[in-house]
Design a protein around this ligand. Structure first.
Ligand SMILES: [Zn+2]
Length: 219
């Protein structure tokens, strides 16, 4: 699509800076050079939670960590676009290697959401933004009514290991009877301990969501 005059003008004076090296030559949030050094993970399930395969695109380290942290904590809202693009490239590899055929007819995208108060503070729900961009690339519809975060929990990284499960217990409310007969593609940013995903997945299963596949940017 042709860019409007104003968009072109805005591009000129407002070039994206790379979150890692600060260069604005390629107008990318993670420039090509900084993308070269990220650690890709294999297109096979890195984890399994309650029988659900968890596919993670990258190791949560180096430049990917910087990208995600800027997206979550430094108001780099546009990071959703490269994050989704990277996740979608990985998704295609996973589908190919595992003989999966996930398409607009048989799948629906949802995400592990943040609490509304956190969204208000951040200005956006970062996992929802990734999912929306991912949806544009894949053509698969989103449904963000399925999972609601009802407890404003402490961030998991601030909680001691033996308290993480307790911290997220009861934090999510599941709305039943959506995505009927379809595979639920669950998107999250990172998995460190599996406490949050365990809470979400086991709750989805209690509400009869039995066909789930999970994709995260990093672990
Ligand atoms: Zn760079």
């Amino acid at each position: 699509m042709l860019k409007s005059f104003f968009e072109q003008f805005a591009d000129l004076i407002y070039k994206q800076k790379c979150v890692v090296c600060g260069c604005s030559k390629t107008n990318e949030i993670l420039c090509k050079n900084c993308l070269k050094t990220v650690q890709n993970l294999s297109p096979f399930a890195q984890k399994k939670i309650e029988g659900v395969n968890i596919f993670c695109a990258f190791k949560y380290d180096g430049n990917i960590k910087i990208l995600i942290r800027n997206f979550k904590f430094n108001r780099r809202k546009n990071a959703a676009i490269p994050c989704a693009r990277l996740l979608y490239d990985y998704f295609k590899k996973v589908c190919e290697q595992n003989n999966l055929n996930l398409n607009p007819q048989n799948a629906v995208i949802t995400c592990v959401p943040s609490h509304p108060l956190r969204v208000l503070k951040r200005g956006y729900c970062h996992t929802e933004l990734i999912s929306r961009e991912f949806a544009k690339l894949s053509g698969i519809d989103t449904d963000f009514k399925i999972i609601k975060k009802v407890k404003n929990t402490l961030p998991q990284y601030k909680v001691r290991a033996n308290q993480k499960a307790k911290n997220v217990r009861g934090a999510f409310k599941i709305c039943p009877n959506h995505a009927q007969g379809k595979t639920l593609i669950l998107i999250d940013d990172i998995v460190t301990t599996t406490a949050t995903l365990f809470e979400v997945i086991s709750n989805l299963q209690k509400n009869s969501y039995n066909d789930i596949i999970c994709f995260t940017l990093a672990c």
